[in-house]
Write a protein that binds this ligand. Structure first.
Ligand SMILES: Cc1ncc(COP(=O)(O)O)c(C=O)c1O
Length: 445
């Protein structure tokens, strides 16, 4: 195509058309062939819009946090009805930032210091617990309930000691925990509450979106999650002081809060005197925290924006797939423990959790191997019992009660997909495969 006489806008228009054509020929009609391709336990769903916005962000030539990031943060905070949404480069970074922000000296008495304790569960994704270790604190790990896979809430009171400063819990696979009890306990003991909502965007408790109950919440936008940026995440809060600290730790620890490309947002860029620096030292280069750089690019935000448009559909589809799988698999409840939500909860599930019941004539591994052979992908509940992971050797932690159900889950639990690319036909096939497995005689090996 001859482009030398076209304006930038006209070329952009052509590019958009080409991207759309590329999507149509390359991705549009891709289908999972039953028994041949793997029905992945998780995965992204996108159309030409994601590719168009991604290209548009690259054509801006800006690339770092910019107009798409601003729009994304606004849209996400509107969706969640919170004051602040701060983008980061992963859910793990979001968790690290959420907890690290609470170490800020600006929080006075309530700041978290080395040697303090943070309550969590042992059946977790590792990067929900790792930040506790990374900031020099002690994880206090509790057992979970066998049907909801969430913290046994009555253990919380028993776990609280003089050094406890925070509760940091994930809504397991999108299933909201007993927020009424958790929030009540946190308030009663003046503890910070961080909700790890990495798997739970769109889940509700008492009709309110999760992430809006605690002091800070985190999200992941890795492709497995409710929406994706490729890699990405967000930290949200309603607290004006915390948002400053979160941004500071995210952006090298700096004191200045100018957006990239901006200057003198504070109106006194050359009139600060902090630390032992001379008066007037450029605020852009004053650091009040030991920070990181965990920012995203504007291309990631562009992807995220296109995905946010589809979020209501994604939420409904996940719920529908969960419900259909539940209906199909309930007839096997002599073998399988099906997942349960708390009474007040309306989860946007990340996956469909199943546990092989005690004294079955087969093992979890026999079942997951069979399903994988049939093209049905499975995953375990993350780290199982995190204290048994190789990296936990040498870590200082405390356990309250026995991790009985956590061990059970480590040995017997797995999950399959409910993501929006899974169709009714896939679900019928999945149920049929389970049926075939149970009909085939086997001995435990
Ligand atoms: C509960 C939970 N927290 C944190 C993370 C980390 O997110 P990311 O992979 O974006 O670092 C995950 C990842 O899936 C997760 O499931």
């Amino acid at each position: 195509m001859e482009t030398s006489n076209l304006s930038s806008d006209e070329i952009k228009k052509e590019i958009r058309k080409l991207v759309e054509a590329y999507y149509d020929t390359t991705f549009k009609n891709r289908e999972i062939r039953l028994g041949k391709d793997l029905i992945q336990p998780s995965g992204k769903k996108f159309d030409a819009e994601e590719l168009k916005l991604l290209v548009e962000a690259s054509l801006d030539g800006w690339w770092t946090e910019g107009r798409f990031t601003k729009k994304f943060e606004k849209k996400l905070s509107d969706f969640l009805q919170v004051k602040h949404a701060i983008t980061v480069n992963s859910g793990s970074s979001a968790n690290l930032l959420a907890l690290t922000a609470l170490t800020s000296p600006r929080l006075g008495e309530r700041r978290i210091q080395r040697g303090d304790e943070v309550i969590g569960v042992a059946a977790c994704f590792p990067t929900t617990v790792n930040p506790v270790i990374q900031i020099g604190c002690v994880p206090v790990l509790l057992d979970i309930d066998k049907e909801t896979y969430n913290v046994k809430a009555d253990l919380l009171e028993k776990a609280i000691g003089p050094k406890t400063k925070a509760i940091f819990l994930a809504h397991t696979l999108g299933n909201p925990y007993n927020l009424q009890r958790v929030v009540e306990t946190a308030r009663k003991h003046n503890l910070w509450l961080i909700e790890d909502c990495c798997d739970a965007l769109g889940s509700r408790y008492e009709n309110k979106l999760v992430g809006t109950f605690g002091d800070i919440a985190t999200f992941s936008f890795y492709p497995a999650h409710q929406i994706t940026m490729g890699e990405g995440g967000a930290v949200i809060t309603n607290n004006d002081l915390l948002v400053q600290e979160i941004r500071s730790f995210r952006d090298w620890g700096r004191d200045c809060w100018c957006m990239p490309g901006c200057q003198n947002t504070c109106g006194k860029r050359f009139q600060w005197q902090l630390g032992q620096l001379p008066f007037g030292y450029d605020h852009k280069y004053i650091y009040s925290n030991i920070g990181y750089n965990l920012k995203i690019t504007d291309m990631q935000a562009a992807l995220g924006l296109a995905q946010l448009e589809k979020l209501p559909f994604f939420i409904e589809k996940r719920k529908e797939n969960f419900s259909l799988l539940g209906q199909g698999l309930s007839k096997f409840n002599q073998y399988l423990q099906l997942p349960r939500a708390a009474e007040q909860a309306d989860p946007c599930w990340f996956g469909f959790l199943l546990s092989v019941k005690e004294n079955c004539h087969f093992t979890r591994e026999q079942l997951t191997q069979y399903l994988n052979d049939k093209g049905i992908g499975t995953r375990l509940l993350f780290s199982g019992n995190v204290t048994k992971q190789p990296y936990f050797e040498g870590v200082t932690y405390r356990v309250v009660g026995a991790l009985e159900n956590t061990d059970y889950v480590m040995n017997n639990t797995f999950w399959i997909g409910v993501h929006p690319s899974i169709t009714l036909e896939h679900i019928s096939y999945i149920v049929q495969c389970f049926e075939e497995f149970f009909e085939t005689p086997k001995t435990k090996n």
